[in-house]
Design a protein around this ligand. Sequence first.
Ligand SMILES: CCCCCCCCCCC/C=C/C(=O)SCCNC(=O)CCNC(=O)[C@H](O)C(C)(C)COP(=O)(O)OP(=O)(O)OC[C@H]1O[C@@H](n2cnc3c(N)ncnc32)[C@H](O)[C@@H]1OP(=O)(O)O
Length: 306
Amino acid sequence: MLLTLFESHTHFFLSMFQKMILTKIISNTLSLHKKQLIEWLPAVRYFSSPTNPLVNVDVNDKSGIAVVTMNRKPVNGLSLELFEAMSKALDDLENNRIRGAILTSSCPTVFSAGLDLNELYQPDKKRFKAFWTTFQDVWLKLYGSSFPTAAAINGHAPAGGCFLAISCEYRVMCPDYKIGLNETRLGIIAPIFLRASMRNTVSNREAEKALTLGTLYSTEDALKIGLIDEIAIYKVKAIERCENFLAQFNNVSSIARSFTKRSLRQKDLEELENCREEDFNIFWSNLIEPSVQKQIGDYMQSLKKK
Ligand SMILES: CCCCCCCCCCC/C=C/C(=O)SCCNC(=O)CCNC(=O)[C@H](O)C(C)(C)COP(=O)(O)OP(=O)(O)OC[C@H]1O[C@@H](n2cnc3c(N)ncnc32)[C@H](O)[C@@H]1OP(=O)(O)O
């Protein structure tokens, strides 16, 4: 932009040749000092976010790492309001140049039970559209974040819960819980962005098996297929391991790291960005199928009876 401004303002006064020389000098100076300039910008611009009861953000002043805690009891069902709070928290983190984020849950035995089934059952189109669009936003912001991310999975993480975890770059899970993408077992088809996160985490073959069978893995089995990276006995330990993972980036140029991450994930992000409306339409038309509604209704009943 600087160069464009410079070029437009000097248009009348300088010869083509003079302009070329000056443009080259400015461009060289800028690229030489880009790294220093960016590292000179206040590296610590951490914030205490206005508390949202659904998503608590706690930034450590020293490390610059934010712990983002989902807090929608009893099971962190992903409702429109929870997605809105997450979307806002991710914007705040992005704007405040934090050094990393750890996603976790305040529910003692559940990371997240996935999409709130009340959003899927007998849905109102206007609300569902807002819900789905915010769901897409959260994925685009989390999967495409410029800062590194990790999930401290301190409880069960079925479906949308697993989706949040695999949108992060690293996962530490506590023992004796279940994680996986069980959508097909509910008669619903995993959306493209969820499939992308899964393929980015486990091998293509494991992703295909996991998604088509709708398998929920134990913590130990999840480690075997690479769905998680480590096991930690308690939540506090899981957060500690995530911090250790994020601390490794202290010795890596943040620009080089975030550009590399972005370029590796770019194709997946663009795939959704280019078809958000179509993605909504496909899900909406399938969701309102009477057979799908019946399946979701029966499933909700079975959870309540339990
Ligand atoms: C063909 C295309 C169709 C398009 C459809 C669009 C959708 C696309 C899909 C996108 C991908 C994501 C999908 C999802 O996330 S669907 C949600 C799937 N979630 C699950 O299957 C998990 C269900 N829950 C459980 O298995 C257990 O609750 C859990 C293991 C998480 C915890 O067990 P626990 O014993 O601790 O707790 P309870 O089961 O007693 O539950 C406590 C209360 O919470 C209610 N509950 C649980 N899960 C949900 C949920 N997902 N949504 C809403 N409510 C939930 C449960 O009923 C209990 O309520 P009560 O206290 O009132 O009994």
